[in-house]
Design a protein around this ligand. Structure first.
Ligand SMILES: [Zn+2]
Length: 406
């Protein structure tokens, strides 16, 4: 079989053909021409057009490599007179309208970019970083326009930090399908509103039943405004995080108070106090029990933390509520300022905390995806622009479809 025939078949050309293949030092150049008078399609609506309007300048598209030699397609595009759209550039079966690489190459790049950084992907395909960035942004745009959008019932709203906590993004997950729905470039009301007004719209907001989030006023305000029927549920993992911060604050202020000698048994006790007791080794349990005998504020903090955690196991809302109420009263009597602060926070958000017992969902379901986002940020040494970081997040977490290779 001639190489021309092979490549024509590989590219699936019907109204075009390969006229010759020229090998240079760096590339294998595939010359393509129109095949006889076969009808070309409109680049906008893909309808077959009878009339060719004019001939454009030659254009080139980078394609996958054959063995080690990168392929380039060269062709003079025709402008066709489409009865619906007017004069348009024809449709290319090998590439998206404005792309400078073939769909086969851009999809291969996109698949690799799910595993590697954009830099690494570029190196692998002999492209520069900018070309990969362009490919990624186009791929994500295509994916967002063509993804399926079934009704959404349970969502989780969370924040992720960019550049070591300097800048925050907001991510929204569908907790039932475990897929990313949306990314916003800040965590303010203004930045997150488009999720409700544009991404969801009024009709889709109506099907929301539960919204899981941190105790962050901007998010709660938006839910009350755009999906008033939805139950707000404050995320279990965030509440525990605040609780652990209270324990840590007590420990730190005790450490400041103690003398050098008194401090010794408390060195490296942070994880001992924060870990769940059943995860400790025998040795660690031993150390913990010594600590507990020694210092009363730390002991009180530790027991308060453990007692709070029972809340998650109650099946009946009434019992869970009673437990929480009792716990808050004893925490207020504990003379531990960080715990009093924690209780005041709980009091302000009680409804959204108690609804745990009924709904039992948390953003823990998508913890894996949050970790993936962190690793995207790390492997790229932090994206310089939010736009690129957001594109990478969508690409790795939103299960977007890739352009179809024809
Ligand atoms: Zn058309």
């Amino acid at each position: 079989m001639l190489i021309e025939t092979l490549i024509r078949k590989q590219l699936g050309l019907k109204a075009h053909t390969v006229t010759k293949v020229v090998e240079t030092e760096e590339y294998m150049i595939i010359h393509i021409d129109r095949l006889g008078t076969r009808l070309l399609r409109c680049g906008l609506c893909r309808q077959r057009c009878r009339k060719v309007h004019s001939l454009g300048k030659p254009r080139e598209w980078r394609d996958l490599s054959m063995r080690k030699l990168p392929l380039k397609l060269r062709y003079r595009p025709r402008r066709v007179a489409c009865p619906r759209c007017g004069v348009r550039v024809e449709d290319f079966p090998w590439a998206e309208p404005w792309a400078r690489v073939t769909t086969a190459l851009s999809n291969a790049v996109a698949k690799l970019a799910r595993e590697l950084s954009w830099q690494g992907t570029a190196r692998q395909y002999g492209l520069n970083w900018k070309s990969v960035a362009t490919i990624m942004k186009r791929t994500v745009k295509y994916g967002l326009q063509n993804r399926t959008r079934p009704p959404v019932h349970v969502i989780g709203i969370d924040e992720v930090s960019r550049r070591k906590g300097q800048v925050y993004l907001t991510v929204v997950y569908d907790l039932e399908r475990r897929v990313l729905l949306w990314v916003g470039d800040d965590r303010t009301e203004e930045a997150v509103r488009p999720f409700f007004t544009k991404e969801m719209g009024r009709r889709r907001c109506h099907t929301l039943r539960v919204v899981c989030m941190d105790m962050w006023a901007a998010y709660a305000n938006l839910v009350k405004e755009h999906a008033p029927q939805a139950q707000i549920l404050f995320d279990r993992f965030h509440i525990v995080k605040h609780l652990n911060e209270a324990v840590e604050e007590v420990r730190r202020s005790e450490m400041r108070r103690l003398s050098q000698k008194e401090k010794v048994p408390f060195k490296r006790s942070r994880w001992l106090l924060l870990k769940n007791p059943w995860n400790l080794s025998d040795d660690q349990k031993e150390r913990l029990s010594t600590l507990v005998r020694w210092n009363t504020p730390i002991v009180r903090a530790y027991y308060l933390k453990e007692a709070f955690q029972l809340f998650w196991d109650y099946q009946q809302p009434k019992r869970a509520g009673d437990h929480l109420e009792k716990w808050m009263r004893s925490a207020m009597r504990s003379r531990l300022e960080p715990f009093k602060k924690f209780v005041r926070m709980l009091r302000g958000h009680l409804d959204g905390i108690l609804s745990w017992t009924k709904h039992r969902v948390s953003n823990g379901a998508v913890e894996g995806m949050n970790n993936k986002i962190k690793s995207i940020s790390h492997r790229s040494f932090g994206f310089r622009t939010a736009e690129n970081f957001i594109a990478a997040i969508y690409h790795c977490c939103a299960r977007l479809p890739l352009p179809i290779e024809r």
